[in-house]
Design a protein around this ligand. Sequence first.
Ligand code: BTN
Length: 262
Amino acid sequence: MSVQQSEFEISSLRQFNRTLGEQYPDLKICVFDEIDSTNTEAKRMIADGFSGMCLLLANRQSMGRGRMGRSFYSPGQTGAYFSILYPAPAALDTAVTVTAAAAVAVMRAVRGLTGVQTEIKWVNDLYLKEKKIAGILTEAVTASEGTHVIVGIGINLSTADFPRELSSIAGSLGASEVSAAEMAAESFRQLYPFLLNPGDRSWIGDYRSCSCVLSKQIQWNGENGPCEGRAVGIDEDGALLVEASNGSIIRLFSGEISLKAK
Ligand code: BTN
């Protein structure tokens, strides 16, 4: 039975072959016109015995997943929805480090391809004009082949119409001239040195300088309820350093923060 490929799949594979094919011969590339979630598909691949590095890209996702069990709105033709799957290095980094490195990779890819400078909201969101334009969901999966890390990235390239509940918080780059494949390829290229060498911290300077939370009052949900403090730094692993009202420094590795209204 012959399976007909969509325009999206054909043109994306062509672009990937041109941009990544020869440079990364060990990289498997999978492109889908529609899938439930590229992260979920990556998990299925691992369950089926895949081991190695893979880039999965979809034109649209019917069940795109975000952090904290939320969904990620993923309509066709207007966004880049992709997952980078790779074998976890022996010294597995904390999710915060992988996610922070990926945020810088995406920030650089967006800047390089569109000229737009975005801000990074710890730990995984990219913002433009106070609206979220990209998010990252990092997951680790252990199977008989060992542990793999899945870095799922969603970027709103030109999405204009969001569901009502998202319209005041989500935005897009307004970059209809950039294809999803170009954005995914450039993000992969930017992240690759870190995938090879998890000790690489060449991204940390950009992570700090593009942060929109440093020196701001923030809130988060701690183990014993709502907490607040001032974001005073980001350590070498990407953890957020927060000064509590009693002067003590708290190190946040995960969770979600919000900026306190002025
Ligand atoms: C977040 O903002 O909470 C993270 C969003 C991550 C979305 C991407 S889109 C590609 C990959 N597949 C998914 O289901 N989620 C990630």
